[in-house]
Design a protein around this ligand. Structure first.
Ligand code: AMP
Length: 559
């Protein structure tokens, strides 16, 4: 989709294979750093870019690198990317693999901790791009396994981190082993003088890209309650639901980076009993208008959207803007949250950040001159307390407004037998339980804000196959990771639910047979059933459409 007045990836003259891959990944338009950096790198220029994690910096160098190295001659590696951590080495090579699959370019991540024999073998088979931590690169050079004589482009990613981690000498040594006419691209989140020195020593006429920080004039930034939650990626979906449970927005937009993420988040939310609709650039105008109308009319509570799709969207009733990821630039954040808090209304902006992205929050605070309060994801106890408060409020309202004379008789009769206080407590219990599914989940682990470094030489968590191709796709699975998904059914022992009732309902209504159903756990007020990931959507839909033990319990995916 063509961005209104914006630059598209096609405008950047990237190869069709790369453009296709980006569409497939659901990237709708380049981020600011990509807009600025891709052109000069394609043109063969050295580049010094200031960009932190979350700005889209990986694609900003990976796309032009893949574009330039399209045809492989396999005389030796032609591209070298140096990164501070093994984790980043894996991330970068996986990103390159996903962008460049159709170009047949071989990318190899090498880092300490992984058996070197495997890396030696992969190198001897021939690769086009090596993504390495400096220590391991030096090691491989010393063993004559990595010959840098054929390198055409070097990228130093997170250069400030590499210097902080004591890699200065290694970097100098590695650059010294590459041809002097190579192209050198350097990305760094900060620009201390050491980086400047490094750049001046090893780059020629570098184009500098530092995204202009337009200060927002005082009073122009929207007055909105802004909070953020720092959670690890694998807990983000659960945290989103938890925060929405707490906030109870009447109309909200949840912003995601890609179309794929929009679909995934919308599905998760629907699976958890929200009415959420996806809105992205792949939909035509009529479809989009209909979705927006449903939000305005209150038929839908949540819209999950990309920036492009939400452009120009103006909804008076909007109460919350949720950033499922920290936006790639502070300006995008300001633009997004400008949709709430209009005309004196109270607006709420909520941002989910991964620990690595904490720094980006600080940049946004600097730009908006407003504080973003980092909050704790509500715990199970918080939500329980909130539900009790809601029950209490409902009872208070009933005590004030309803005619209870007929019901007093029941209390009087029971009072002959029980203490009045106990009678009241039992009535509160029933009313409370009728109010919705109980909070039954585990707490989401808290993570400290700030960078999580993996230091050199520490234990290696996961052995991976050498080539990025075999390194596989690390996109999150939506199941538990063992191929099964747990489904929550909002009825348990109290409703006399038995395992055979669930097996009957599932086998009778979905494509699964009883044999395919995993463990079943029946608790007092809810049950959990394990089914294969691939069948989960089908089973959820089937169960929602049926009655079990004469009820229509709440059905959702356990995240
Ligand atoms: P990075 O700053 O390179 O760590 O990228 C942050 C995240 O943004 C990654 O998950 C990328 O897949 C994603 N991303 C990068 N560029 C774009 C884009 N143009 N549109 C949407 N998502 C993007």
């Amino acid at each position: 989709m063509k961005a209104e007045g914006g630059v598209t990836f096609a405008d950047l003259n990237l190869r069709p294979e790369l453009l296709k891959a980006l569409t497939g990944l659901g990237y709708e338009e380049p981020t600011p750093i990509q807009r600025e950096a891709i052109g000069p790198i394609i043109a063969g220029k050295d580049l010094l870019g200031q960009a932190a994690t979350g700005t889209g910096k990986t694609a900003a160098f990976a796309l032009p690198l893949l574009h330039r190295l399209e045809r492989s001659n396999r005389q030796g590696p032609r591209g070298l990317v140096l990164v501070p951590t093994r984790e980043l080495a894996m991330q970068v090579s996986e990103a390159m693999y996903s962008y460049g699959k159709a170009l047949g370019i071989q990318v190899l991540p090498v880092f300490g901790g992984q058996p070197i024999v495997r890396q030696l073998k992969a190198l001897s088979r021939g690769v086009d791009i090596v993504v390495a931590t400096p220590g391991r690169a030096m090691d491989l050079i010393a063993r004559k396994a990595l010959n840098l004589g054929t390198i055409e482009m070097v990228v130093l990613d997170e250069a400030d981190e590499m210097l902080d981690m004591g890699f200065q000498e290694d970097i100098e040594g590695i650059l010294g082993a590459t041809p002097s006419e190579r192209q050198t691209v350097l990305f760094s989140a900060t620009m201390p003088s050491r980086i400047d020195k490094l750049a001046r020593k090893h780059q020629r006429d570098a184009v500098r890209v530092q995204l202009a920080r337009e200060e927002t004039p005082d009073g122009e930034a929207p007055k909105v309650r802004q909070s953020a939650y720092v959670v690890a990626r694998q807990h983000k979906a659960a945290a989103l639901c938890r925060v929405l449970d707490q906030e109870q927005p009447s109309a909200a937009i949840v912003f995601c980076r890609t179309r794929a993420e929009v679909d995934e988040v919308a599905q998760t939310l629907n699976g958890r009993g929200y009415t959420a609709e996806a809105l992205h650039g792949g939909m035509d105008q009529t479809q989009r208008s209909r979705t927006i109308d449903r939000l305005k009319a209150g038929t839908t509570e949540l819209i999950v959207a990309t920036d492009v799709a939400a452009r120009g969207l103006d909804i008076d009733t909007l109460t919350h803007v949720v950033n499922y990821d920290v936006p790639s630039a502070p300006e995008a954040y300001v633009h997004r949250i400008g949709r709430v808090g209009r005309a004196g209304r109270e607006g709420v902006a909520i941002t989910f950040a991964q620990p690595r992205e904490h720094r980006n929050l600080k940049n946004i605070e600097r730009l908006t001159k407003q504080q973003i309060t980092v909050e704790r994801v509500p715990t199970v106890a918080d939500l329980r307390a909130r539900r009790l408060d809601m029950t209490k409020a409902a009872l208070r309202e009933s005590l004030l407004e309803d005619d209870l004379s007929l019901l007093r008789r029941v209390v009087e009769e029971l009072a002959d037998e029980f203490d009045v206080m106990d009678v009241a407590a039992a009535a509160v219990k029933l009313s409370h339980e009728a109010g919705g599914a109980p909070v039954d989940e585990e707490d989401i682990p808290e993570v400290a804000a700030g960078r999580q470094k993996e230091h050199r030489g520490t234990g290696f968590r996961e052995a991976r196959e050498g080539s990025a191709g075999a390194g596989g796709n690390r996109r999150e699975r939506r199941g538990s990771g063992d191929g099964t998904t747990r489904i929550f059914v909002g009825a348990g022992r109290a409703a006399r639910m038995r395992p055979q009732d669930l097996v009957g309902a599932i086998a009778g209504e979905s494509s699964l047979s009883g044999r395919d159903i995993g463990s079943i756990q029946i608790n007092e007020r809810f049950s959990l059933v394990e089914v294969p990931d691939a069948a989960a959507d089908d089973v959820i839909e089937a169960l929602r459409g049926t009655t079990i033990k004469g009820r229509k319990p709440k059905i959702r995916r356990e995240v």
